[in-house]
Design a protein around this ligand. Structure first.
Ligand code: ATP
Ligand code: ATP
Ligand code: MG
Ligand code: MG
Lengths: 165, 151, 151, 165
């Protein structure tokens, strides 16, 4: 199973629909300061189920929706999609390709959709788990956070290993 | 008979030691178990010795040395509990040129079995990518993604 | 009649706004006073608005934007309470090429009246230096300083 | 008044006497990871009177003395000197040049010397203060610490400004 593509709409600085096709190996993202690279990382973290607003660099979930600029007014919804290739049927899903979408509205209601049908966070997470995706965990290393794992106390380091075991 | 935890720890330690030695071209790394009064494992600590230097506690290492040690440990965790994809945001920021080259070799090796999405400002890391995107802000406050290299 | 604190705050805010605007080529920055129930100043907060964007709270800024905002504030403090020398260890690590150039312009300007010792991996920053030293470890575990450029 | 030169002996990875002449403007220090650049910053911080071991990346003061390598045995003393040019007599010292030295021994005794004569921490600090050097404060920005000032709570930010006023 691999991640084919990510689509962002209304998420932070991604105002119009943005499709990002991913390599099966290494996809690199470059650009000037403040252009939106880490915002893309926040989008991936968020669609994988992140709830800690600090890890999403937001104070509340409505901060994830484009809040406007000099020339554009704020949007009312943000959506992030992940399109997976499941041709090897790693996941218990019949289609060769499946789409997970998460949306959030200004009233802070957040919804998940699996292949277009509304789905609960639990079933999305268990779908991820069966594919080996365990929330954001340590598979996502945020900016300025790579050394964080060394600062963890021995008990915390053991807890990380318990999750891996 | 080993517990699940003990088996996993052994696997992680083995990989941690290999990645560490590869990135530092020498030295040693291991994981130490800490026990409580009942003889139960209550914590783990990373022990490292850089080539030519004596064993040092982690806080005394340099910025780059900490990054490399952390990456060796993280990649060991990745190897033992694989995820289909990983996202690394500017993890090469503290590395000098030679260490970035070694980091890219590690990345290329692990990318044979997992997908990596890496954010970087570093030219060497960019060149390792199969697909390269540039994010810009032509319109104020709005991100635009441009494909710069396609596999 | 203004207190010493109020005068100092005014000075720092003026310089903070100037350095911020220079580094970001636009936008606005100010310092807001927070009051307690007795009308006394109990804290201050930095307010920034990047060019083309709306006012943002500091945690929402990007890595590079935070570095620039912090440098603008620090240099404002330096200006109001000058020290004969300053030491900056890899403060340019999160900056893209254009922002490093602007940081070096700020550095060169302030270096007319104060000494700066900067640690860096960045080529642009190196070129701004009047004196350049390379630190190496030929002998394992032992630092050696080599002069690479002398004023 | 300006800083002409720094000398290090036995301090962390600076085993033999190392003299670093400084520019009146910008001195840049480059080199590979772990070569000793930040150790030089620690030396400056320490001679200016820093007492917080964490800011010196040490757990106890004897960590500041070269602890040995594969080919060299540990040293028993570390010394850092700062040579100031005082030709404009900014400081109340008669000589046109003055040297401040700080030494530490394995038994953790730390000594200050002003132009070769033993001096107390207080008198060294007051000498620095009259020259506009106020301990390490915010004039020394450590590696990975530039954004720290933004994280300070409003009360802490005000405290910083109180020190400046
Ligand atoms: N909801 C939102 N609406 C509009 N703009 C937003 C929103 N959330 C964040 N931003 C803006 O996005 C920018 C941060 O982008 P991001 O962190 O992705 O930059 P970056 O490309 O990673 O830069 P760097 O190289 O400095 O790390 C900030 O300027 C912030 O103001
Ligand atoms: N007392 C000591 N004796 C011997 N070696 C020491 C001592 N204290 C620190 N070191 C070593 O100094 C090295 C750290 O050096 P330093 O932090 O100056 O590197 P750096 O040049 O700043 O590197 P980077 O570019 O990665 O930040 C570590 O390898 C550490 O083991
Ligand atoms: Mg970023
Ligand atoms: Mg360093």
């Amino acid at each position: 199973m691999y991640l084919e593509e990510i689509e962002l709409y209304g998420f932070k600085t991604f105002v119009s629909n943005t499709k990002v096709i991913l390599s099966k190996n290494i996809t690199a993202i470059i650009g000037p300061n403040g252009s939106g690279k880490s915002n893309m990382v926040d989008a991936i973290r968020w669609i994988l189920g992140e709830t800690k607003m600090t890890l999403l660099r937001a104070s509340e979930s409505s901060d994830l929706i484009f809040s406007g600029s000099n020339i554009k007014s704020p949007l009312s919804v943000a959506s992030v999609k992940m399109i997976f290739n499941n041709e090897e049927h790693t996941l218990p899903i019949k289609t060769p390709r499946f789409i997970i979408e998460r949306r959030i509205y200004r009233n802070k209601e957040s919804h998940y959709y699996l292949n277009g049908e509304e789905s609960s966070l639990q079933s999305v997470l268990s779908t991820f788990n069966s594919g080996g995706i365990f929330g954001a965990n340590f598979a996502i290393v945020g900016q300025g956070r790579v050394e964080e794992i060394l600062l963890a106390r021995p008990e915390e380091k053991k807890a990380i290993l318990d999750k891996v075991a | 008979i080993k517990s699940e935890f003990e088996k996993t720890l052994g696997e992680v330690e083995k990989n941690f030691a290999v990645f560490f030695k590869r990135m530092f071209m020498g030295g040693e790394a291991s994981i130490e178990k800490l026990y409580d009064e009942n003889g139960e494992v209550k914590g783990i600590e990373l022990n490292v010795r850089l080539p030519g230097k004596r064993k040092q506690s982690l806080p005394l290492l340099s910025g780059g040395e900490k990054t490399i040690t952390a990456l060796a440990f993280l990649f060991a965790l990745f190897k033992v509990k694989p995820s289909p994809f990983y996202v690394l945001d500017e993890v090469d920021a503290a590395l000098d040129e030679d260490n970035v080259v070694r980091f890219c070799e590690l990345l290329n090796e692990e990318a044979k079995t997992s997908q990596f999405i890496v954010i970087t400002h570093n030219k060497e890391t960019m060149q390792s990518a199969n697909i390269l995107y540039g994010v810009t802000m032509e319109e104020e406050g709005i991100s635009k993604v441009v494909s710069m290299k396609f596999a």
